[in-house]
Design a protein around this ligand. Structure first.
Ligand code: SAM
Length: 233
């Protein structure tokens, strides 16, 4: 199994307690995900959440679609424990699996069987080659008309925009947690999971999706380095 700093208890806890709720436009990103899913699938029955964390995205989908069931995958044991707690209300409709999407995800579902695959801030830990392999696996698992939405940390076009992203992100986190900005900046620039990031620009990743065969592949929402993109099979 691939190792990342997400397998650490302190990294998991810091993210869930201080970062997830403070992500700029986090609510809007989730809303766009639901809008895109709803437009293309109307009533998905089978859902997958890759790198589920505590299940935040799967929860929104299961709440929206009472007939759906979901498979949640994460390679972090502490996150899996958080997902079991957070998703307890939906335990009859979700399967939470400790697994690694850097290995093929084909073993988790039949081809053409999943109506909706989502991921939040997770796939950018893979190398670009592995990202492309995963997008192909996702395409193969999706049913005809099935939809993939990735809420993701992507690369800036220039280092100056990257600097702007970081500074604005720190502003948002400091305000969300009512914390001293210098302290948040120090945490942000020295955070252990930063070294796991392998970012790519969203326009390039959308092109990869088109090349695989995804229809309507596009970036549906973007603020600085945070993008919502995907496509339809
Ligand atoms: C930033 S968290 C996001 C969690 C959640 N999706 C959300 O939107 O809040 C990234 C998650 O991806 C998981 N992850 C990273 N690489 C992974 C891999 N190769 N296989 C499975 N999970 C992975 C981490 O363990 C972590 O829980």
């Amino acid at each position: 199994m691939a190792t990342t700093n997400w397998q650490r208890q302190d990294v998991t806890q810091h993210y869930l307690e201080q970062v997830r709720g403070g992500i700029p436009f986090g609510a809007e990103q989730a809303k766009v995900m639901l809008q895109v899913v709803n437009h293309f699938t109307t009533n998905p029955k089978r859902i997958m959440d890759l790198g589920c964390g505590n299940g935040f995205l799967a929860e929104l989908l299961l709440k929206t679609y009472p007939d759906a069931s979901a498979l949640l995958l994460d390679h972090s044991e502490p996150m899996i424990q958080e997902a079991h707690k957070h998703m307890s209300e939906y335990s009859d409709r979700c399967e939470i699996i400790h697994g690694d999407f850097s290995q093929s995800i084909k073993k988790y579902a039949e081809q053409n069987s999943v109506d909706c695959i989502v991921s939040g801030f997770a796939i950018h830990h893979l190398t670009h080659e592995k990202k492309k392999e995963l997008y192909l696996d996702i395409y193969n698992l999706l049913s005809e008309g099935g939809v993939f939405v990735n809420i993701e940390h992507v690369a800036s076009a220039t280092s100056e925009i990257e600097r702007l992203h970081d500074e604005l992100f720190i502003d948002y986190l400091a305000s969300h947690n009512d914390k001293n900005r210098d302290e948040v900046a120090k945490e942000h620039y020295n955070r252990p999971d930063k070294e796991d990031n392998i970012l790519e620009r969203v326009d390039i990743q959308v092109e990869w999706l088109r090349h695989i065969g995804f229809k309507h592949a596009d970036c549906y929402f973007k603020w600085m380095e945070l993008a919502v993109f995907g496509g339809v099979k």
